[in-house]
Design a protein. Structure first.
Lengths: 498, 447
């Protein structure tokens, strides 16, 4: 324990110099700025900014990376909340209630809870990373395909919190996402599936296209559709001061729970940032005293997922630093950055270059503080985006959306799909189909199929693996309880009152 | 802070040194950031800049279908362009075979093989397999019981697994190959003992082997590598030699002068001390091979890959065939079922509460109601038509203006001004600051 604290102190000593702080600020600013643009995720941000760091010494470069990494994660939530256009997959859950809050004039509060939640989650995760990284990593390795499959099943239960008013319409939306997920190369055999001979479809439909299409383009089309038919409710901003006392009270528990969900799942080498955000959303809705507010602008629905995605982003660094495992695209780019400096992340990194590792960990704390300082005052400024005249706002959203879709793969097909999905999204909205289950289906469908088939191949076709492996069995049990628990509770309480 | 920004801006500027062969060189990486091709491209970018071979160098990622999208685009868009090169390699050959691609290596101008990476066969530290012999005995006895963890299907790892099985007299289609997406996932499966054996690039696994968390049974090189105590496959009786090579190619239709310039630039890149230092850092092996020898090498690799991959696809096992067909059937069935149910529910007027959420449809739609939708549709259509022909700026201006007009009958001039401002600044931000090229179209000379 004392060695860790001493090492961390040395790390801070290395990181806390004026030029380093300057680089931290540059990193956070650049990261946030680029993270705001849809379609440009943190991985591309770091890759694009990598050459900038060639001329820097390693310490400055790592501090800047930490800033870019956290900044990009945070930047995505701004567009989610204000424009209903998630910058990356980790902030889809944020958009559900965040954008409703913005529409209700509480955009500044939503941004504030996202910023403070990201800070709380990022800092707590950095502490967990500091003290428990090696231990956590060894536990994470116990997760095999069977456990990952069980985890995706658990994540599917989140759909129950997103259904909207009709079970059948919600499930139709989910299956639409699952069906879209079928398109592309079958990952286990390498054969093309439902790609209709179009090479661009071999990699499937990008989630970002579906999200931007359904949310941003769909919203714009829907507004146009209803323009002549009904009166606009004008957005009025109550104030720009951020959260009131009530909102603080409702936010702090979701921050902590979001961290508790996000960090361990981020540590898992195939955990990602999407599953934790939706599990957090589900948890908050289930624990809330007023679940009916969810989907209409419940602050817990922003606070939880935002904390979860930042905690997961920090969790990704655990396998990277302790095992040399790049478990996300961003981590893979950071791995390349390590190698630029002749560092080989791996089990020996902590013992071979402790100075750099601890400087990097210290810079995580610093990056978090910087992000908070930068974003708290800006929340009120950003919130004013809602006051931009509607024509200009929607024009800007569509231009940004087209830009994001095109730069993903530099493909006209993606642009075409974006508008097609947008039209579908508008139609779904008109007919009152919920949109988010479709997104969840596209993300989780291919994952659960892959993990399922991997597990079955390893067990030579014996399905009992899902129940005989303890972790997998527990996860499946939790999934079953989440789905049927409320029903059983109601049944028993009915019996009691009778 | 001001100084920091100054340094940052400087970092974007090229380092001027010596005679420049290229004014603007573009390196295309047909993969997403983070992978082997992307890393190769970015190291080339760095070295070209340091050695002053070009005034500016940019890397463009065109990911998709194991490089096939990038290959098709490179052939289509860069024909005859002497200032663009693309990174590719063995894995692209595999994708060409499995996807029966129409574009192949024959459609580009091969320049040189650059690097090679050997593969290692590893087991978790606590595995019962102490030597390759232990492993091959178990594999021959019951091939399906051994799970091989590696990278994506049709990639170098699976090709090597097939070659090893073939050499051991086991049909490659009996290899129980578990494809993971990316080195991180397959590495964690091996570390956690989820699969019997791992088959991966040496660079990714070397730190683990050094730390003793995994045991290397064999390496795919012809001779043992200096400083690395791993016996080769061949010396243990498995007659296979294999490397995951990466190469650089030019677009088709190059003039002889452009071709010569490219050959010379790559030769001096490879010879530079900066490149050699980068190879050490990334644990790549210098496998520079140019000219007709490279062509012959590609041809022989093509035959080898074709041979192995077709044996994988042969007659698939019934079980895996069913699994891959059953899932889509279930999904499409569910989609149809809930589609019908939603439709029926709607007909029955299910959920009156929904009415409140539905926009009131009392007043019948008239032409004024459709004006906004028609305007946006026109904007989208113009955007799609103009994006690559007219260029990004013109397409965006059209889109922005039409969308703004849809919501605003009053301020056509203001909307137009904003449309131009937003489009131009977005273009400059992406193209200049972020180095992500957007199509410039007819304004190419002006901006």
């Amino acid at each position: 324990m004392f060695e860790i604290l001493a090492a961390l102190r040395d790390g801070f000593a290395g990181a806390l110099t004026l030029p380093h702080l300057g680089w931290a600020l540059v990193g956070v600013t650049l990261g946030t700025a680029v993270g705001v643009l849809p379609g440009i995720g943190p991985a591309l941000t770091v890759a694009v900014l990598l050459p900038v760091t060639f001329n820097l010494e390693p310490t400055s470069a790592f501090i800047m990376f930490a800033g870019i990494y956290y900044g990009a994660m945070y930047g995505g939530s701004t567009t989610s909340i204000l424009l209903n256009t998630p910058g990356e997959t980790g902030s889809i859950a944020t958009a559900i209630d965040g954008h409703m809050m913005a529409k209700n004039g509480r955009g500044a509060a939503a941004l504030t809870t996202a910023a403070v939640g990201s800070f709380v989650a990022g800092t707590l995760s950095a502490i967990l990373l500091t003290f428990f990284a090696p231990m956590l990593a060894s536990v994470a390795l116990r997760f095999g395909p069977a456990e990952y499959f069980a985890l995706t099943i658990l994540a599917f239960t989140a759909v129950s919190a997103l259904l909207g008013t009709s079970l059948t319409r919600g499930l139709f939306s989910l299956f639409m996402g699952l069906a879209l997920g079928l398109i592309g190369i079958d990952p286990l055999t390498g054969d093309a599936r439902f790609s209709f001979g179009i090479p661009q479809l071999l990699d499937g439909i990008d989630v970002v296209i579906l999200v931007i299409g359904l949310f941003a383009v769909g919203e714009t089309l829907y507004q146009a559709w209803s323009y002549g038919r009904q009166q606009f409710e004008m957005v009025t901003l109550h104030d720009f001061t951020g959260m009131n006392r009530e909102e603080w009270r409702r936010s702090w528990k979701p921050w902590l729970r979001g961290t508790a969900i996000g960090f361990p799942l981020g540590v898992l080498p195939a955990g990602g940032t999407v599953i934790p955000t939706f599990l957090s959303y589900l948890t908050e809705k289930r624990l809330s005293d007023h679940p009916e507010e969810f989907g209409k602008g419940a602050i817990e629905g922003v606070a939880g997922p935002e904390a979860a995605n930042n905690a997961a982003a920090a969790g990704v660094l655990v396998p990277l630093l302790t095992l040399g495992l790049p478990s996300s695209a961003t981590a893979a780019v950071m791995l390349a950055a390590f190698q630029q400096y002749g560092l080989q992340p791996g089990p020996l990194l902590f013992s071979t270059r402790p100075d750099l590792v601890w400087t990097l960990i210290a810079s995580l704390y610093i990056g978090n503080v910087m992000l908070l300082i930068l974003n708290l005052p800006l929340a009120g400024v950003w919130a004013r985006v809602m006051l931009v005249p509607r024509p200009l706002l929607f024009g800007g959203i569509l231009v940004l959306a087209s830009l994001g879709a095109y730069t993903l793969n530099r493909s006209m097909l993606d642009l075409f799909l974006l508008y097609l999905v947008g039209a579908v999204g508008c139609a779904m909205r008109v007919k009152a189909f919920p949109l988010v289950p479709a997104v969840l289906g596209l993300i989780l469908g291919p994952l659960s199929e892959q993990h399922f088939r991997r597990a079955m191949a390893i067990s030579e076709g014996d399905p009992s693996v899902f129940f005989t492996r303890p972790l997998s069995a527990v996860l499946l049990l939790v999934a079953a309880l989440t789905l049927f628990g409320p029903m059983l509770l109601r049944r028993t309480s009915n019996v009691n009152t009778n | 802070m001001r100084r920091a920004v100054g340094v940052l801006l400087l970092a974007f500027l090229p380092v001027a040194a010596g005679a420049q062969t290229y004014d603007q060189l573009r390196i295309i990486a047909p993969a997403a950031p983070g992978g082997g091709w992307d890393q190769t491209a970015r190291v080339m970018q760095q070295v070209v800049q340091q050695t002053g071979l070009a005034r500016t160098v940019s890397v463009e990622n065109i990911p998709g279908a194991a490089g096939l999208i990038g290959l098709a685009r490179f052939i289509g868009a860069e024909r005859g362009n002497g200032d663009a090169v693309m990174v590719n390699g063995l894995i692209m050959l595999g994708a060409i075979v499995t996807q029966q691609s129409e574009v192949t290596f024959a459609n580009v101008t091969p320049i040189a093989r650059l690097t090679g990476e050997y593969e290692v066969l590893t087991v978790p530290a606590n595995s019962p397999f102490r030597t390759l012999g232990d492993f091959t005995r178990a594999f021959r006895a019951r091939p399906e019981a051994i799970s091989w963890g590696g990278g994506s299907a049709g990639g170098s790892d699976q090709i090597l697994a097939g070659l090893i099985a073939d050499a051991l007299g086991v049909a490659p289609r009996r290899v129980n190959y578990i494809a993971f997406s990316g080195g991180g996932e397959s590495l964690s499966a091996i570390l956690g003992g989820q699969v019997s054996v791992g088959i991966n690039g040496l660079a990714e696994f070397a730190p683990q082997i050094e730390a003793g968390t995994v045991r290397a049974l064999a390496i795919s090189s012809g001779e043992r590598l200096p400083g690395l105590d791993i016996p080769t496959l061949r010396e243990q009786g498995v007659d296979v030699e294999f490397e995951n090579w990466r190469s650089v190619v030019g677009p088709p239709g190059l003039s002889a002068a452009d071709r010569e310039r490219m050959d010379a630039a790559v030769a001096s890149l490879v010879a530079s001390p900066e490149w050699q230092a980068a190879l050490v850092k990334f644990r790549w092996i210098d496998r520079y091979l140019a000219g007709p020898e490279f062509l012959r090498f590609v041809a022989s690799e093509e035959r080898r890959v074709q041979n192995i991959l077709t044996q994988f696809g042969g007659d698939e096992e019934d079980a895996s065939l069913n699994a891959s067909a059953a899932y889509p059937a279930v999904i499409l069935g569910g989609l149809a079922l809930f589609g019908v149910l939603s439709y029926v529910g709607r007909l029955r007027g299910e959920k009156r509460s929904q009415r409140a959420a539905d926009p009131p449809t009392a007043d019948s739609p008239t032409t004024t109601h459709w004006r906004p939708v028609v305007l946006i549709a026109a904007g989208i259509l113009l955007n799609l038509l103009l994006a690559e022909t007219g260029g990004f700026i013109i397409a965006s201006v059209a889109l922005f203006w039409c969308v703004a007009r849809a919501f605003d009958p009053r301020h056509p001039v203001r909307d137009a001004l904003f449309a131009v401002a937003v489009s131009v600044s977005a273009f400059l931000l992406f193209g200049r600051v972020l180095d992500l090229q957007l199509p410039a179209g007819v304004l190419a000379g002006l901006i």
